[in-house]
Design a protein around this ligand. Structure first.
Ligand code: CTP
Length: 408
């Protein structure tokens, strides 16, 4: 990836307090050389290592240092600042800044900006080797990387080597050219947005089928995998409509979310979102709904519990897959199975008429978990088993496979 693609891109650089802060100045120089606009936030600790004057001179803009500066806030408030950028880079990302970001602290301009941004964040950690290897720091970094349904934090480095403190090991901030590579990859131009101009519809979460005004039938789907897929497709440039059953997740950045409850509402919302190039039906749609939903709360009665008559819900995946002019070019279903994954997934592929099935074994802890082990079954090519990885990684891999499919 060349850094030529940075022309006109906007980078907000947060400079934390560490000896590596001097390398942040070189990152600014390289960014400007590549045509990017740079605004900087210098933390109080950062200002112990580099001066605001150096940053202002190199960025060609005033440096922001304080959350409570009326003149700064009237020029561009901290929320605007966090939105102005196409990408937020934290270099050096100290253990303190990482801990604040991972735990939602907002007690200064840097941490508030990190919490308020709707853009991707790149961290370039720099700290003593013992600090970097401390489980608390590692857990915070993993936490930031793994926020599902969130736009996700990318990390570059740290490198291994001799440290300013005389110790040796991982903890040195990545070198400016490596940070530039990571920035360029995250801000990739049209090449990095291979699904630009494509429309995708994604279903996610469970459906809820009422029994009476207070009770209903539902299932244990968390929606995490579907939300991550919606995010990954949007990251590659697709215009995504996410039709979501009731879940406790916030809408992915840049995705249009349509909340629904029942299978029939989900089907109507999917139809309204067509035409689309891509359909990914990851929702755990309830197979049945109650026939004759009670208008008032069902009460206990001497005759014993009521019997519920169930009727079958429409199969959304099968109807989207049916040949017709609004059929998306690529229709992907899911098969959550507790046994005979391959046989069941292949049977679903032909029964429903979709192009690919993402099969997963739900006999272990998939529901609500952050990890997932899946096999991709395709109609024309063979199967692909992916190792257990986070739902975010599964989503990114699936989105990349979808992009390849359209390229071919
Ligand atoms: N699906 C759907 N509409 C339904 C049922 C399922 O769109 N009414 C979709 C799911 O979103 C998923 C795929 O079909 O992509 C497979 O769902 P699953 O529940 O595994 O399939 P079923 O057809 O319900 O098969 P079974 O429950 O018998 O395994």
């Amino acid at each position: 990836m060349t850094t030529a693609s940075l022309s006109g891109r906007k980078v907000l650089l947060i400079v934390g307090g560490g000896i590596a802060a001097y390398k942040a100045l070189e990152v600014v120089r390289l960014l400007r050389k590549a045509g990017a606009e740079v605004m900087s936030v210098l933390t109080a600790a950062g200002a112990e290592f580099v001066t605001p004057m150096s940053l202002a001179a190199l960025t060609g803009r005033p440096v922001r240092q304080d959350l409570f500066m009326p003149e700064d806030e009237t020029a561009m408030g901290h929320i605007e600042l966090s939105r102005w950028a196409d990408l937020v880079v934290v270099a050096p990302a100290t253990a303190g800044l990482i801990a604040k970001a991972a735990n939602g602290f907002a007690d200064d301009l840097a941490s508030t900006t990190l919490l308020a941004t709707d853009k991707r964040v790149l961290l370039a950690p720099a700290m003593n080797v013992r600090m970097w290897l401390h489980p608390a720091v590692q857990a915070n970094v993993e936490r930031l990387k793994g926020f599902d349904g969130f736009h996700g934090v990318a990390v570059v480095g740290p490198d291994e080597g001799e440290m300013a403190c005389g110790e040796f090991g991982p903890g040195r901030m990545a070198e400016p050219p490596a940070i530039m590579e990571a920035i360029a990859a995250l801000l990739a131009g049209p090449d990095g947005r291979p699904l630009a101009g494509r429309r995708a519809v994604v279903t996610a979460g469970p459906t809820f089928e009422p029994i009476d005004p207070v009770r209903g039938l539902t299932n244990r789907s968390s929606g995490k995998q579907g939300y991550a897929i919606a995010q990954a497709l949007a990251d590659l440039g697709a215009r995504v409509t996410l039709i979501s059953g009731p879940v406790a997740l916030s809408a992915p950045i840049g995705v249009d979310r349509v909340p629904v409850e029942t299978a029939r509402e989900m089907k109507a919302a999917v139809e309204a979102a067509l035409p689309a190039d891509i359909a990914v039906m990851s929702a755990a749609v309830a197979d049945w709904r109650v026939d004759g939903v009670a208008s008032g709360k069902l009460k206990k009665a001497p005759g014993g519990p009521p019997s519920l008559a169930l009727i079958e819900n429409p199969d959304i995946l099968a109807s989207v897959s049916a040949p017709g002019k609004s059929r998306p070019k690529l229709v992907i279903g899911f098969a959550a199975e507790t046994s005979d994954l391959e046989a069941n997934a292949r049977a679903k592929l032909s029964r429903k008429g979709c192009d690919w099935i993402v099969g997963n074994d739900v006999s272990d802890d998939v529901f609500g978990a952050d990890g997932n082990t899946v096999t991709l079954f395709t109609r024309d090519a063979g199967d692909e088993s992916w190792p257990r990885q986070s739902k975010t990684e599964v989503a990114r891999k699936l989105a990349a496979r979808i992009a390849d499919h359209f390229k071919a």
